[in-house]
Ligand binder design. Structure first.
Ligand SMILES: Cc1cc2nc3c(=O)[nH]c(=O)nc-3n(C[C@H](O)[C@H](O)[C@H](O)COP(=O)(O)O)c2cc1C
Length: 382
């Protein structure tokens, strides 16, 4: 099947799987340890019961949704995904372009591969920047200042990676060896000639072009890059004082990503956060964490209306977006669903993922008797 004929996100996932070597697919797809969190994201979604209301005029349905004072064409954006250049060179740009054209936000990770200035241009004013706090604070502030200079208006600070997660799929599939193009890996990768040609034509291991560290920029081998970037990220010394300092320095809107406890959400807002992304990182960090769908209502209830409550983890269908919004989200992000599209067909594949989800949201809204995403709320929940 070609990505253009994909009927749903699962079809795009299958196309993506065929395109990339096994180790790369497992990197994208996998969770942490036993992948209970990933399964829980799905089962929590499956447990939602949406109660339709009929004989309501929904002939003029609109998905236009406001986030941080700006209108987007859908209540859905692209979640930050680092190292996406390993899936396919230019993936950050492909996703940003597709999102920009669709009028929805794209979030660039600070461990991304395409340069921020190019991504901002491609994203047509819809680009957010996501920051993993760095050990070297001066470096982190310089990265933030660069994003602000380039006109980025929303900074998303991810706090749920204090340590490197134990992703056993990566260990088993030899993901590190994949980066280094070791022999067993090369033999498997040879079964994906289009991927390997693109990979080599773009210089092999993709560079972290937005980490702005002298060591990372100078690093050339996969091992050097891993060491240099690892030394910066997964910093267990970060505290709320750092978050406060980030707030002091960031001129635009500030969101905190990965918050699961209502008290953490409240604290972030007390320190000046404009928004909270309720997320378990797609089940990639703490395996026994709840699904963010389970913590969403309590977090919404803990925060004033003026604070944007966002959600991600497990979005594969338009109805999942609607479920999260009925449970309290003002806006939703999807990670893998978008990435499958970009892997399968670059910018057009990403556009296909957006189009599929947009159509599903539209049809489900019609089915539910909901004319506007503004109306979504608990009244649709059983
Ligand atoms: C391949 C991949 C890379 C990711 N990299 C980052 C990252 O750099 N920063 C971040 O905050 N979250 C990262 N995430 C988590 C996503 O932002 C998001 O929370 C998660 O994908 C949501 O779950 P979903 O994939 O089921 O939609 C990554 C997720 C994936 C799948």
């Amino acid at each position: 099947m070609n990505f253009e004929n994909a009927v749903n996100i699962e079809d795009l996932r299958r196309c993506a799987r065929r395109h990339v070597p096994r180790a790369v697919f497992h990197y994208v797809e996998g969770g942490v340890e036993d992948e209970i969190g990933m399964a829980r994201n799905r089962s929590a979604m499956d447990a939602v019961r949406l109660l339709p209301r009929y004989l309501v005029d929904t002939s003029r349905r609109t998905q236009v949704t406001t986030l941080f004072g700006r209108q987007y064409e859908m209540p859905l954006g692209v979640a930050p995904m680092g190292l996406s250049g390993i899936s396919r060179p230019g993936t950050d740009l492909a996703l940003a372009t597709a999102a920009g054209r669709a009028g929805i936000p794209f979030t660039l990770s600070n461990v991304s591969n395409d340069p921020l200035d190019k991504v901002v241009e491609a994203g047509n004013g819809h680009v957010f920047f996501q920051l993993y706090p760095c050990r070297d604070r001066a470096l982190m502030y310089a990265t933030m200042a660069r994003a602000a200079d380039l006109g980025v208006q929303v900074l998303m600070v991810t706090v749920d990676v204090p340590v490197h997660p134990n992703r056993e799929r990566n260990t088993r599939s030899g993901f590190g060896a994949a980066l280094k193009l070791k022999l067993p890996y090369v033999l498997e990768a040879a079964r994906h000639p289009r991927w390997i040609i693109e990979y080599l034509a773009h210089g092999g291991v993709p560079k972290f072009r937005n980490l702005l560290s002298a060591e990372v920029t100078a690093a050339s081998s996969a091992k050097d890059i891993a060491i240099a970037s690892g030394a910066q990220l997964a910093d267990t010394t970060q505290t709320w004082n750092d978050f406060e300092e980030i707030r002091r320095r960031w001129p635009g809107k500030l969101a905190i990503k990965g918050v699961m406890h209502p008290e953490d959400a409240r604290r972030a807002v007390a320190l000046g956060a404009d928004g909270v992304v309720v997320s378990n990182h797609g089940g990639r960090q703490l395996d026994l964490a709840p699904s963010p769908l389970e913590t969403l209502p309590a977090i919404r209830a803990a925060l004033p209306e003026s604070v944007a409550v966002m959600f991600d983890s497990g979005i594969r269908r338009g109805s999942h977006v609607l479920a999260a919004m009925c449970l309290g989200a003002d806006f939703v992000f999807a990670g893998r669903a978008m990435l499958y599209g970009a892997i399968a067909g670059r910018e057009r594949g990403a556009a296909r993922a957006i189009e599929i989800l947009k159509r599903e949201i539209d049809l489900q809204m019609g089915q539910m008797g909901c004319a506007s995403t503004d109306e979504l709320g608990a009244k649709w929940l059983l």
